[in-house]
Design a protein around this ligand. Structure first.
Ligand code: SF4
Length: 219
């Protein structure tokens, strides 16, 4: 096992709203909050995830883990029409580009609104623990989201440090979480499949990979 994280201190308040993108990314944060005695709730607002089957797989996994820890889970809207409207014209943007900035903004704006309306003084997100993501891009969106609410702050903690990235994998294997193979939107699914095709690999199959399993023979 990797080293334990130094005890966390929640800055700026006594309740935390965690925007969760999926169980593998939020698992390490959730366990760290439990250990630190931080009062938190999980907010699942990810209308970027398509198709519906993939969305349900990721959400159900996260619900299961929240229930295991007795943590409140807020199942927010799946307003995909709104997401596609905001993504219009950005369909061919690369990952980490302006479509992703829009995607983070949209998800965090809703998280911030919920935090404001329900008395959470601090919000954060699990998105930054993934090494595929640009942490500065995520944190910029987080700061923009809380700006309209003077009583709300965004916690920009680097979840990758102190062994966080390694524990994320360990927890995912221990829990045998569903292992998604693309970021989430139809455009990332398309681009990942194009990349695989260029490498002579099979297309992504939804719902077949779980952490701790052997990779498919074709990979
Ligand atoms: S690649 Fe990921 S972060 Fe970027 S727009 Fe698609 S779902 Fe959102």
């Amino acid at each position: 096992m990797s080293a334990q994280r130094k005890p966390l201190q929640l800055p700026g308040g006594d309740r935390l709203l965690l925007h969760s993108c999926c169980a593998p990314c939020s698992g390490e944060l959730m366990e760290a909050f439990v250990v630190a005695g931080i009062d938190y709730s999980v907010f699942f607002y990810n209308p970027n995830i398509h198709p519906l089957k993939e969305y349900e797989l990721r959400k159900e996994e996260n619900i299961r883990f929240a229930q295991k820890h007795g943590v409140p889970f807020i199942d927010a809207d799946y307003d995909t029409d709104h997401w596609f409207a905001r993504a219009k014209g950005m369909e061919n943007e690369p990952e980490r580009g302006i479509r992703c900035t829009m995607c983070f903004d949209m998800r965090f704006e809703r998280t911030a609104l919920y935090a404001h309306e329900h008395g959470f003084p601090v919000m954060t997100t699990s998105l930054g623990i993934s090494r595929w993501k640009n942490m500065a891009q995520i944190n910029d969106s987080g700061q923009r989201a809380v700006a309209p609410y003077p009583g709300l702050s965004y916690w920009d903690y680097n979840w990758r440090k102190d062994g966080g990235s390694q524990r994320m994998i360990e927890i995912s294997k221990r829990e045998r979480f569903y292992q998604q193979e693309y970021c989430g939107c139809v455009y990332s699914l398309r681009d990942t499949n194009r990349h695989r095709k260029a490498q002579g690999r099979e297309r992504i199959q939804l719902g077949v990979m779980f952490y701790g399993d052997d990779p498919p023979a074709s990979d």
